[in-house]
Design a protein around this ligand. Structure first.
Ligand code: ZN
Ligand code: FE
Length: 220
């Protein structure tokens, strides 16, 4: 019997638009919302700058390896999708993107996936990077992403179901990305079979876990 309607009121005053129940309930669960938002911004920056941007260059240098190019493209577009997926959550939680793209890129929680041989992007590659070199950079980027999103899952588990859901959807794909690049690198570099269970996405950058149409631009 819900005659007393216990959830009709709470700590946020009736009609108050300066505070959010959606945030207050997280504080009541022990979440440090400000700290969480900072981590989400770091992760968003890693998706946008450390991987999406630099994967564009890495993909170009996989010329001649059409299979690697296609898989790199899936990872690239899915990382952009991860940025899109988490962006609204930053604002819901009272955060904001930095007002400078430079500041945003600098605070990324993962190292930039520079093209090998460029001295961290200082110049064009001195010699053509090998596919194995590029796959190694891709692999290690995915590993940083897994660690970063797992941390968000651990902070929010059982306390912030919405952020947890978004982070775990992203984590699902980062784990797949690592497995793909292990498969490719193991064969390319060592001649070893390390299956990922991967075949191909239905379309480039499909993002089967993280695609959220209302948040996504252009439907696809
Ligand atoms: Zn990602
Ligand atoms: Fe990824």
């Amino acid at each position: 019997m819900a005659n007393d309607k216990p959830h009709a009121t709470g700590t946020v005053a009736y009609g108050d638009v300066d505070r959010k129940v959606g945030i207050e309930v997280l504080r009541q669960q022990g979440i440090n919302v400000e700290e969480l938002v900072e981590k989400l911004i770091d992760n968003a920056a890693a998706e946008f700058a450390s991987t999406y941007y630099y994967y564009s260059i890495l993909r170009m240098y996989l010329a001649g390896h059409e299979d690697y190019k296609e898989i790199c493209e899936d990872a690239r577009l899915e990382d952009r999708q991860h940025y899109e997926l988490i962006l609204p959550r930053i604002y819901e939680l009272g955060g904001s993107l930095p007002y400078s793209l430079h500041e945003f890129a600098d605070r990324a929680g993962c190292p930039a996936a520079y093209l090998p041989g460029t001295d961290n992007g200082a110049h064009p590659p001195a010699e053509e990077p090998t596919a194995a070199d590029i796959l190694t950079v891709l692999l290690e980027s995915e590993r940083c992403a897994i660690r970063s999103w797992l941390e968000i899952c651990q902070i929010t588990a059982g306390k912030d179901p919405r952020t947890y859901d978004l982070a775990s959807r992203i984590l699902n794909e980062e784990i797949e990305h690592e497995a793909w690049f292990i498969e490719l690198l193991a064969m390319e570099r060592d001649g070893k079979v390390r299956p990922s269970g991967h075949f191909r996405r239905g379309f480039p950058g499909e993002a089967p876990y993280s695609r959220n149409r209302p948040f996504s631009h252009g439907g696809l």
